[in-house]
Design a protein around this ligand. Structure first.
Ligand code: HEM
Length: 551
């Protein structure tokens, strides 16, 4: 009986959600139709022709075979700012100009918040975390409490922990790689497991056991989530999301209950994370009360939150959400960047040889000093390693596009003037409130004006020879946009750099990476983050095989 009455209540509440959604959508459709007839301020900005009135041409971007195929073509044709049409006639300004990006992300503070679509999508997958936090008071409250856990000294203290995981990966590969001929390995899968273990231990003092193949509920829930939920978005979902700007927040919060793959897959992950996160936070609160608090990110967060005044404190729900956010933001991003780096090293054996020689020489220095392992200063002195990290972040930016919108009328300045639809040179673009802006990280990272005429070539020497010395400072690291910039720039960029230094040093010291004889074509697939897949075999998920031979 109890089950029956629960089922009836649940069905009633679901049909009222559906009714509210349908009613709101119909109203939004009318509003959208009215809006699409209005003239917008970026009408004079050139862009690719619109092929489909409903879908616009934005879908071409999410269906392009490899990230950059279209972006680099448009960049060449239209310059560092162009116009695209999103679903139901909504114009988007696609921006890769350094001065424009500096203005939108740095100088304007919170003037350009995330779009409703990107905020609600992160709400669906992480809950009320820092990634979701609306611009302004809410976000600065999250950031203030999270900052102490990401200070440079705190992150440098994680080095032994990162080295422990990379050592484990090396040992597992040594066990399975044939000593003389080497073996072909799907490296992305191993690296994702390694970075999941790293983020588990450093951020929560939790053992995902991914490298040990432990049957862990959390790591299983997370596996392939990005590609399952976001790859090749359906037309209905794109049209549905176009209404979101006009729906009340309370209605939008319900979209997570929609039982299609876009929402159900992430909702499942969110539920599992919330369960574990609650348990871990309770443990950390108990440890704090008995003065046994440890150094992982979540413990520092719990401590920082406890010492805030009640008004500024994160709520229980906000605290619980950070675990999913840190795993989401900090795991596959780093794993994929290392994957692309090893792929480029396999394609550039001469550079890989230099990196190996540099590490071996440093190892001899460390041994002569009587130390068992590299210090942070040793790793930072490896200039070929540093340059390869920067060049890979530039060439293969995992987060290749960010969505923002103007909260007020504004003017965006450009470093490189563009030609308007009337043939005039524009050195600034007027923006009206509500204008959507796509921050095109992939295109900025390939600007010949900033990176040199060989911007489309993977060449780490540009950082060693000082060729990349851009005049306009935008990014958080190496003047790259890969970690974004400004008030919402990546909080974990140092964590990721130290992690990459620790893992890549171990791998390049112990193994040689080459392309297998029958190397398939690898494409940069546009899921929520950019992932490597074998061309024509996208259905098999992320895959990047390399031939690995031990030294
Ligand atoms: C190669 C590795 C990484 C890349 C390329 C990367 C990139 C980014 C980018 C582009 C953003 C801005 C997102 C937006 O505005 O929508 C961001 C934000 C963020 N990242 Fe990273 N990230 C990386 C690693 C990490 C790691 C290791 C962590 C944590 C352990 C982390 C935690 C975060 C968090 C919490 C935010 C939200 C910051 C805020 O809104 O204030 N990231 N990241």
């Amino acid at each position: 009986m109890a089950v029956l009455s629960y089922a009836t209540t649940s069905a009633t509440s679901h049909s009222s959600i559906l009714l509210v959604l349908c009613g709101s959508c119909a109203a939004a459709l009318l509003l959208l139709w009215y809006k699409s007839r209005q003239r917008h301020s970026i009408a004079q900005v050139r862009g690719p022709p619109v092929k489909n009135a409903i879908m616009g041409n934005i879908r071409d971007l999410s269906y392009q075979e490899s990230v950059g195929d279209l972006d680099f073509e448009y960049l060449k044709e239209y310059g560092t700012a162009w116009r695209m049409q999103s679903t139901l006639g909504k114009p988007i300004l696609v921006l890769s100009d350094p001065k424009g990006l500096q203005h939108v992300l740095h100088k304007s503070g919170y003037l350009y918040p995330k779009t409703t679509q990107s905020r609600i999508q992160t709400l669906v997958v992480t809950g009320r975390s820092i990634l979701w936090a609306p611009h302004g008071d809410t976000h600065s409250r999250h950031r203030k409490i999270m900052n102490p856990a990401f200070s440079a000294p705190q992150l440098r203290s994680f080095l032994p922990l990162f080295r422990k995981s990379s050592g484990k990966l090396c040992q597992l590969w040594k066990d399975q790689v044939h000593a003389t001929e080497g073996t072909t390995i799907l490296i992305n899968n191993w690296l994702a497991r390694t970075t999941l273990d790293v983020v588990g231990e450093a951020a929560f003092d939790y053992d995902f056991g991914a490298l040990d193949n432990k049957d862990d509920e959390l790591s299983k829930a997370y596996e392939n989530m990005f590609t399952d939920a976001t790859l090749y978005p359906s037309a209905w979902n794109a049209v549905f999301q176009a209404f979101w700007d006009y729906l009340p927040e309370r209605v939008l919060e319900q979209v997570r209950h929609i039982p299609t793959r876009e929402y159900a897959r992430t909702q499942g992950v969110l539920r599992v994370f919330a369960k574990y996160s609650r348990r871990l936070i309770a443990q950390k609160n108990a440890a704090l009360a008995s003065d046994r608090s440890s150094r992982d990110v979540l413990s520092i967060l719990v401590r920082a939150n406890a010492s805030e005044d009640a008004k500024s404190r994160l709520s229980d729900e906000e605290m619980v959400s950070q675990m999913g956010a840190l795993t989401l933001a900090g795991h596959e991003t780093t794993a994929n960047t290392i994957t692309w780096m090893l792929y480029e090293l396999a394609r550039h054996p001469e550079y890989q040889g230099r990196m190996h020689a540099e590490i071996v020489a440093k190892r001899a220095e460390v041994a002569a000093r009587g130390d068992a392992d590299f210090s942070m200063e040793d790793l930072e002195a490896l200039e070929h390693l540093q340059a390869a990290i920067k060049e890979t972040l530039r060439y293969h930016p995992i987060a290749y596009l960010l969505n923002r919108m103007a909260s007020e009328d504004d003017t965006i300045p450009l470093a490189y003037p563009i030609r308007s639809t009337k043939g005039e040179l524009l050195s600034e673009i007027p923006i009206t409130k509500g204008q959507a802006i796509a921050v095109n990280i992939a295109a900025y990272n390939r600007l010949p004006e900033v990176w040199g005429q060989d911007a489309h070539v993977w060449n780490p020497m540009r950082f060693i020879e000082g060729k990349a010395d851009p005049q306009i400072r935008v990014g958080m690291f190496g003047n790259l946009m890969s970690f974004s910039a400004g008030v919402r720039g990546c909080i974990g960029w140092r964590f990721s750099i130290i992690e990459m230094q620790a893992i890549v040093t171990d791998l390049v010291e112990n193994f040689r990476f080459t392309l297998p004889k029958d190397m398939p074509e690898i494409i940069r697939v546009p899921a929520a983050v950019m992932v490597p897949m074998i061309k024509g075999k996208q259905g098999e998920g992320c895959k990047l095989p390399l031939h690995v031979t031990p030294y």
